[in-house]
Design a protein around this ligand. Structure first.
Ligand SMILES: Cc1ncc(C[n+]2csc(CCOP(=O)(O)OP(=O)(O)O)c2C)c(N)n1
Ligand code: SF4
Length: 283
């Protein structure tokens, strides 16, 4: 495998020790591996929202689109529909995708559009200096909840399973070998794939010890069985002391949105007409 330096000229401003570094290093290795076997780099596009996580577009030298907060998904969907040959990978924060952009995530999963979504789930709004997010613990003392959050966190994988996502996995930012396997599998999956990465934010929400004590890798799990997936996904509710399963919870083969929207046999002109029609309908 020939190695390409996917680094950019931008100075890195993440805090030393931030879990985002593993995500960046992991995706660089995986893209390098896949460029020779599956997706040439010129066919890869990454899309982000806004947050600490989103700076990954500055540090990765591939085609990219810096969207706005909560809107990485619709941009990624637009790119995929217009150019189905591209491999579209979204990097989003928990605030970004599970908060402000939640409806986009649900509908992208429901459509089974062929994009990969990697969530830097640090369970805090970190770029804006520490507010509680949809996956924060009960009792989270951030700037907007000085007396501790009173809301139970969302279980995003449960919501994604109910929304008909066809690939669901969880890893951690301090388990790089597994994370790279999950990145690779999710990118190779045909359809909507989401990897929830429990990403340590060393500055505001350092859950390293909490995760290290509880995580284990799924063994003997039938990822084709949605009920088995649901049971494993519900074992830990993002708040309790339960063990935390990592690995692929669910995978299913299904026709993608773009296959239904514009099957391969139609001409480029017909595809363009359909896209224009779709745009008119969504205004
Ligand atoms: C439309 C819009 N709403 C809100 C903001 C303010 N804002 C910027 S980043 C952010 C939260 C980031 O949290 P998350 O997505 O979890 O990313 P992290 O910084 O933790 O990686 C917010 C609320 C914004 N820039 N644009
Ligand atoms: S504030 Fe947290 S998420 Fe943001 S760069 Fe620093 S450690 Fe990483």
């Amino acid at each position: 495998m020939s190695q390409t330096n996917l680094g950019s000229y931008s100075p890195n401003t993440w805090c030393p020790g931030c879990g985002n570094f593993s995500i960046l290093n992991g995706i660089k290795t995986v893209l390098n591996e896949l460029k020779d076997t599956a997706f040439p780099l010129e066919n890869v596009v990454i899309v982000t929202g806004i947050g600490c996580h989103a700076k990954i577009v500055d540090y990765l030298n591939v085609n990219s689109f810096y969207a706005i907060h909560g809107r990485a998904l619709p941009v990624a969907e637009g790119i995929k529909i217009a150019k189905p040959a591209l491999k579209v990978i979204c990097f989003a924060g928990d605030g970004d995708a599970y908060g402000e952009g939640l409806e986009h995530l649900v509908f992208a999963a429901k459509r089974n559009i062929d994009i990969t979504v990697i969530i830097h789930n640090n369970r805090s709004y970190s770029l804006t200096a520490f507010q509680y997010s949809p996956t924060s613990f009960v009792g989270f003392k951030g700037r907007s909840t000085p007396h501790g959050s009173i809301e139970a966190p969302l279980n995003p994988l449960e919501l994604m399973l109910a929304s008909r996502a066809t690939f669901l996995a969880r890893g951690t930012s301090h388990g790089l070998p597994l994370l790279m396997r999950l990145f690779k599998e999710s990118i190779m999956h045909k359809g909507f794939a989401l990897v929830d990465v429990l990403q340590v934010c060393v500055t505001y929400n350092n859950l390293y010890e909490y995760y290290a004590k509880r995580v284990y890798e799924l063994q003997d799990h039938d990822a084709n069985d949605p009920m088995a997936a649901l049971t494993r996904i519900r074992e830990w509710d993002y708040n309790s002391d339960a063990s935390i399963a990592l690995g692929v919870f669910y995978r299913k083969e299904a026709t993608t949105f773009e296959e239904k929207f514009a099957p391969p046999h139609i001409t480029t002109q017909e595809r363009d007409v359909r896209i224009k029609q779709l745009l008119r309908e969504s205004i």
